[in-house]
Design a binder for this molecule. Sequence first.
Ligand code: 5AD
Ligand code: SF4
Length: 441
Amino acid sequence: MSSTATSSPKTFRVKSFGCQMNVYDGERMAELLAAEGMSAAGDGDDADLVVLNTCHIREKATEKVYSDIGRLRREDGSAPMIAVAGCVAQAEGEEIMTRAPSVKVVVGPQSYHRLPEMVAEAASGKRATETDMPAEAKFAALPKRRKSAPTAFLTVQEGCDKFCTYCVVPYTRGAEISRPFADLIEEAKLLVAGGAREITLLGQNVNAWTGEDDKGRSIGLDGLARALAADPDLKRIRYTTSHPNDMTDGLIAAHAELEKLMPFLHLPVQAGSDRVLKAMNRSHTADSYLKVLDRIRAARPDIALSGDFIVGFPGETDAEFEETLRLVDAVGYAQAFSFKYSARPGTPAATMPDHVPAAVMDERLQRLQAALNRDQLAFNQGSVGKTCEVLVERKGKHPGQWLGKSPWLQSVHFVGEAEIGQMVTVKLVEAGPNSLAGQLV
Ligand code: 5AD
Ligand code: SF4
């Protein structure tokens, strides 16, 4: 294997896969490299350094990393310096180093503040790996935020202590930690100063966030949302992903009181059968989940609900899958994500008996997605005739067309005078499965 020195990279590209936390981490890595004097490669240009910010949640996501590494080889046989970051790096760092000699840097999600020095090491001919999971903040070592799109992500909480039996997150992202209140207020201020009008608070268990406010009082995510809402230039607050068991009374009440807290809740349920939920170690039942939704609907009747589902968890019977469909019918989701169960090495479910055949999983996923798509269209159709605010995010494909989001996180397109970052009032006039047409009022 060659360990020859390459020159220091001058341009970079960060490619993020998977969840929104990875999008956030990818932005921070880009800022970090830019602060070292490197510049982002233009669209279609070769980059000297490519950072693959990977996802390990399902098998397909992992396989993609290896095919991407292969595809980075240029026509003349050379390759950029490749750094693998994110959860695949954390889980399979050593294997990547053996399987993919072109990878020079492997850095886990808790260590990416060290990326520049690792890149320098790699440029001097040494391959560098860092997958420690120190609890102390990498955040302090990152450069301050500057520019922002109208919508920004802010990671407030990381890691997970829930140990759902199918999930790798507790192993790749480590134990639950909440970032300190003061740091978050400061980062949010900088994002807003840089142009953000909407902030989505991120965490694997974002509603488990806890902290102490500036007066030393213990607060939860609702307290943080209240403090952020005090900034007049910040118009909207969202948060994701939540666990049903951490939906506190305070957070539910905040949905009734805080106008800037958008009427949208992503609350994964995974399955509708209590036996399956128990085997998944979800620590809620179908009924207790529905009761949480009743409380949130009482606080905010127009709330749009979203969820995650897994079909074909080991041992799931046809009758148990039908219970998932019944739960979907009972909820009426505005949108949702659904996946086939994917056995992840090292998780308890991977060694459970009675894995469900692929063909059965395919059929269940199709039926579930048909039901979810039906409900999504119905939700969008139910919005037609409403007048709402849209935060303008970008230009559309057609002349004079703009794209943005409704309070319920629906994509809305409209034609007229507007600018990026503006809040406009729009009447929703037509609904499709994935977007709505609006008219400026
Ligand atoms: N197989 C399939 N889906 C999974 N998810 C997490 N782990 C797995 C797995 N092993 C899904 C869950 C979770 C979402 C982020 O990914 O639905 O909520
Ligand atoms: Fe994974 Fe469960 Fe934690 Fe969500 S709550 S990150 S599914 S272990």
